[in-house]
Design a protein around this ligand. Structure first.
Ligand SMILES: O=P(O)(O)OC[C@@H](O)[C@@H](O)c1c[nH]c2ccccc12
Length: 270
């Protein structure tokens, strides 16, 4: 399923997207396939972001670093990542999150063709600066894979409009500088960056990630006008601690309830 279709459906329901991240291969390739499928089947995840593990994940905090280590030790690699995506029953759009080295090693053209063939709807390359992304973006365009850009609170308005002029799928707004990982609170100044991003986004959905781990945080981000909230480390942490699938799905259900601020308001008024 394409990202555009998903975001349009959600919009017509006045609902934000819950985007969940897990690392492929964590704790093992087979188990991560089962986890990914259970998350999709639970109906609480609108977009599934799958990390293709890279040995030096510089944008990742300790929780995801540990997951990447577990995955690599369990024999995870890029071929197996494509195999997993191919086998998934993709009832929601799948987005890959990886680092440029992985793409380069596999062969840029070959990697993007494999994304298209196996049904990866979107691609995020965490460490590829926009200025260097021209070839990858062109290949993604011809293979109909959405290339997803990351913007941060440090992105200048000029750079933001340049990046967003060429955006597709959704825009990934990083809530705070630093690495991935749950935080106590989401910075208040995010509202300002979010407004600027929405203004420059030409109608492409904007999703906010980094540090979101609670339903109230999801609700406040969606309430500020974001089209989606991205949660990674809080889920990966539960996988690492060996939580049951039932507990992880209950956790996601709570987060998903935060994507309907209007509904939540009506309920709390009763
Ligand atoms: O873990 P957090 O703080 O919930 O943030 C989402 C994040 O995990 C996911 O989108 C992600 C995982 N690795 C990344 C590297 C760069 C950008 C984003 C990511």
């Amino acid at each position: 399923m394409r990202l555009k279709e998903k975001f349009e459906t959600l919009k017509s329901r006045h609902e934000g997207a819950l985007i969940s991240y897990i690392t492929l291969g964590d704790p093992s390739p087979e188990e991560s396939l089962m986890i990914a499928q259970s998350l999709i089947d639970s109906g609480n995840v609108d977009v599934l972001e799958l990390g293709v593990p890279f040995s030096d994940p510089i944008a990742d905090g300790p929780v995801i670093q540990a997951a990447v280590d577990r995955a690599l030790k369990a024999g995870m690699n890029t071929d197996k990542a494509f195999e997993i995506v191919e086998r998934l029953d993709k009832k929601v759009p799948i987005v890959y999150l990886t680092y440029y080295n992985i793409v380069l090693q596999y062969g840029v053209g070959r990697f993007i063709k494999e994304c298209a063939r196996t049904g990866v709807a979107g691609l995020i390359i965490a460490d590829l600066p926009y200025e260097e992304s021209g070839d990858v973006r062109a290949l993604c365009k011809s293979e109909v894979v959405d290339y997803i850009n990351i913007v941060t609170p440090n992105t200048s308005p000029e750079r933001m409009s340049m990046i967003l002029d060429n955006a597709s799928g959704f825009v990934y707004l990083v809530s705070t500088m630093g690495v991935t990982g749950a935080r106590e609170s989401i910075s208040k100044s995010i509202k300002q960056t979010l407004d600027l991003t929405i203004k420059c986004s030409n109608g492409i959905p904007v999703a906010v990630g980094f540090g979101i781990s609670r339903p109230e945080q999801v609700q406040s981000i969606i309430g500020m006008g974001a089209d989606g909230a991205i949660v990674g480390s809080a889920i990966v942490d539960r996988i690492g601690k060996g939580s049951t699938m039932g507990d992880i799905i209950d956790f996601l259900k709570g987060l998903k309830s935060g994507t309907s601020p209007l509904k939540a308001m009506t309920v709390s008024k009763k």
